[in-house]
Design a protein around this ligand. Sequence first.
Ligand code: PNS
Length: 160
Amino acid sequence: MRRAVCPGSFDPLHNGHVEVITRAAGLFDEVVVAVSTNYAKKHRFTLDERLAITRETFTALPNISVVPMGDGLLAEFCREQDAGVIVKGLRTGRDFEYELPMATMNRQLTDVETVFLPGMNSYLHLSSTLLKEVQSLGGEISQFVPEAVMRRLTADDGVA
Ligand code: PNS
């Protein structure tokens, strides 16, 4: 049984993430989506919201589970989950330069391999940071994020 981990902060989850995670679910028996908390970052959504959004988005894919990653090492998390592979999407060469040292370090730490999936052209410009900026300045982002994200953004607008 081959289990892979798709890690990220997913703040918010966007269609580029969804596409890569869905493809990973086609390649591996089980995919664990690991939702991280980065205390250095100010998150738009709480950990519980990000977990709920991700679970709702992948509810139709039974081999995907969504769990909190905690704030420890990803390599240790993979060992605890009995997952031999980390799956990451790559948008640009810059992503590759950023990811390569981490992939090598993770492999040296616990033997976990990293598999890179090239992102689809239509999603290469998407990043959570850019989407947060566009949305906070009043831009329409519904075409770039799953419905579960929009539902929460719309609910927040209603309260404000
Ligand atoms: O979506 P993000 O914020 O780019 O996700 C980054 C994440 C969670 C994949 C990365 O921060 C990470 O791997 N964190 C775990 C901490 C760790 O293992 N650090 C050493 C990396 S070699």
